[in-house]
Design a protein around this ligand. Structure first.
Ligand SMILES: NC(=O)c1ccc[n+]([C@@H]2O[C@H](COP(=O)([O-])OP(=O)(O)OC[C@H]3O[C@@H](n4cnc5c(N)ncnc54)[C@H](O)[C@@H]3O)[C@@H](O)[C@H]2O)c1
Length: 280
């Protein structure tokens, strides 16, 4: 399948995790990818790996919170490959972590700058070249932390909720240009960003698997395939949408039902819950 044959895509945060998986998948499905990241070594390696698909891919060092960098990034895609069809605004950091009263204004602003301003700039500078091509697709990475509150991640939760609603407002504005704007809200996915909070990959995967109904950690490829769908031709009537990819985490409390014998324990199903006055 080559859903993205001949398309030109920018993927931010492309040096690692979900962005890396998406860069390789998009290239395999026919796209020329401009991998954008602060991490030069990682980004160059991913561009080289994605290029093995036979579709030329390049790396552009980019700080997504810096408007000049984002302008240069978009110009690189146009110069290198003749236009722009897809932007995956995916770069992110955990940012300020911990109790709200301990968060400095500087750390708050830094978190918003990367996680929210970065998405704003990615949209702002992508739409002109997409319009020139007669349309395009923008996919943003939000988080389930932007759909519900998340303890000790106040700045991140606020930024990701901002991404969800910026996606909607941008979708309304650019639908008439043929530009669709959607976002993905990943749940717990085993990438270095989670490892940064402590633990090795195995410990992190175990921890994530315990916290969501689907009894495994999310993998970067789960998100890459969601991004491929939203960026590709099969999502032509989908815009302003938040696609939650979380193993069921926000469908309800993970421990509310577990099959008998589930090693994670938790509540099991009753046969019938009748009138409460009949229950002993
Ligand atoms: N892993 C999870 O459980 C999870 C859950 C929900 C949402 N997310 C979001 O998914 C996205 C991808 O994260 P990931 O899990 O793949 O983590 P990751 O750390 O593996 O990848 C994030 C990438 O973004 C890059 N980056 C950070 N700041 C940047 C900046 N200012 N400019 C350019 N690049 C920058 C990093 O260098 C890194 O390569 C992020 O937006 C993150 O917030 C992750």
């Amino acid at each position: 399948m080559s859903e993205l044959q001949g398309k030109v895509a920018i993927i931010t945060g492309g040096a690692s995790g979900m962005g890396k998986a998406a860069s390789i998948l998009f290239a395999e499905r026919g796209a020329h990818v401009v991998v954008a990241d602060l991490n030069v070594k990682g980004g160059e390696e991913v561009a080289a790996e994605a290029g093995k698909s036979g579709n030329a891919c390049v790396f552009q060092r980019t700080d997504v919170s810096n408007e000049d960098d984002v302008k240069v990034l978009v110009a690189r895609a146009v110069k290198e490959f003749g236009g722009l069809d897809i932007t995956f605004n995916n770069a992110g950091i955990g940012g300020a972590v911990g109790p709200l009263e301990g968060i400095s204004v500087e750390d708050w602003d830094k978190t918003q700058a990367v996680c929210l301003r970065g998405v704003f700039l990615g949209i702002k500078h992508s739409v002109a070249p997409m319009r020139a091509r007669g349309g395009g697709a923008i996919v943003n990475t939000a988080s389930i932390a932007g759909v519900w509150g998340y303890p000790m991640l106040h700045a991140y939760s606020a930024a990701k909720a901002g991404v969800v609603n910026l996606t909607r407002s941008a979708a309304l504005e650019f639908a008439a240009d043929g530009i669709r704007v959607n976002c993905i809200a990943p749940g717990g996915v085993a990438t270095p960003i989670v490892g940064a909070f402590g633990g090795n990959k195995e410990t992190v995967e175990k921890m994530l698997a315990a916290g969501q109904p689907v009894p495994r950690a999310g993998q970067p490829e789960d998100i890459a395939h969601a991004a491929l769908y939203l960026a590709g031709p099969h999502a032509g009537f989908v815009t302003g949408h938040t696609l939650v990819v979380d193993g069921g985490a926000v469908s309800g409390p993970a421990g509310a039902y577990r099959r008998p014998g589930d090693p994670r324990g938790g509540a099991q199903q009753q046969r019938f819950a009748g009138p409460s006055f009949e229950q002993g």
